[in-house]
Design a protein around this ligand. Structure first.
Ligand code: FUB
Length: 311
């Protein structure tokens, strides 16, 4: 996707990014989650700080905004693991959603109380503004590994994705290997029913994302490893889900790809990360960069394969 990008820093380094994918080149960005609010696109990202080819080093989350999908303004790290008193490390994938004038930032991060709440959990921060300040909305994790039906491994409860249905009901999806979902209360910070498992997804790895078009619900997700993106469709948010196959091939130079999908000014976008930055830093699976490409729905409800571009 061809773009001219000016990155204006707010709380950290100012840089003029290149006019091509990835959209930000002065910091590593991962796990994009995008929303549209009042004519502006906000992309919330993770922040890779690992040494080359070393495992994840992620301690905070970033935000970038644009009114034309070309020029991006950086708002700096506006949420960090340390903002959750119950967490200890790992600012993994997150998702921000607006409801009734407030912005809810669902995050996956490592629970400090490993003995009782093994591994990763999901928390939620809230703000009156899309760019913060955000604060922990609960003072405790919303989802912990002891709550999920299978609890097979310590990073099962990651990658939250929130979808507010047409009737106003908020739903939370998340998971690694198993994909879970649960209804949220209207206050967005409490569960409103049992945790259920999504059935019918082929080869689910992680990174669920919901969007809806013409009454058809789409659940896209990372499949296999190294990851590609697959998707399923359903007539309702509660399913039944039918697998529709691959949406995108794997990302260049990264084992993960983590997508989000939005519509902005009558164009759909596929936002994801790869490991493409080579200079001056070396990108890899733990030093990732957010990219944007076009997404096209077919009249029959399927989606055309994403073409990943460097422009
Ligand atoms: O960034 C850490 C993890 O890598 C995310 O939670 C996954 O979706 C994968 O992108």
């Amino acid at each position: 996707m061809k773009k001219t990008i000016t990155l204006l820093a707010f709380t950290f380094a100012t840089a003029l990014a290149s006019a091509s994918n990835p959209i930000v080149t002065d910091v590593f960005t991962a796990d994009p989650a995008a929303i549209v609010h009042e004519g502006t696109v906000y992309i919330y990202t993770g922040h890779d700080e690992a040494e080359p080819n070393k495992h994840y080093a992620m301690k905070d989350w970033l935000c970038f905004s644009s009114q034309d999908m070309k020029t991006w303004t950086a708002h700096g790290p506006i949420l960090a693991v340390k903002d959750f008193a119950w967490a200890k490390s790992d600012a993994y994938a997150a998702h921000v959603t607006e409801k009734d004038g407030k912005f809810y930032w669902f995050v996956s991060t490592r629970h400090a109380d490993d003995q009782n709440h093994r591994g990763m959990g999901i928390g939620v921060a809230v703000s009156d503004s899309p760019t913060g300040p955000f604060e922990d909305a609960r003072g405790s994790a919303l989802i912990t590994s002891d709550m999920t039906p299978k609890g097979e491994h310590s990073w099962e409860d990651i990658d939250p994705a929130v979808f507010i249905d047409k009737d106003g009901t908020p739903w939370l999806f998340w998971g690694n290997v198993n994909c879970y979902y649960v209804k949220l209360k209207p206050n967005m910070i409490e569960l409103d029913g049992p945790i259920m498992e999504v059935e019918g997804l082929e080869n689910f790895t992680e990174a669920p994302w919901i969007h809806e078009k013409n009454g058809l619900y789409y659940l896209s997700y990372a499949s296999g490893f190294p990851e590609k993106i697959s998707y399923a469709t359903a007539p309702s948010i509660e399913g039944p889900w039918t697998s529709r196959g691959l949406l995108a091939e794997g990302a260049f130079n990264s084992n993960t790809i983590h997508q989000s999908i939005i519509e902005f000014e009558e164009q759909w976008y596929f936002i994801y990360h790869n490991g493409s930055i080579q200079h001056p830093n070396t990108g890899d699976s733990y030093r990732r960069s957010v990219c944007i490409d076009y997404l096209y729905h077919n009249p029959d409800g399927t989606i055309q394969s994403i073409v990943q571009t460097t422009e």
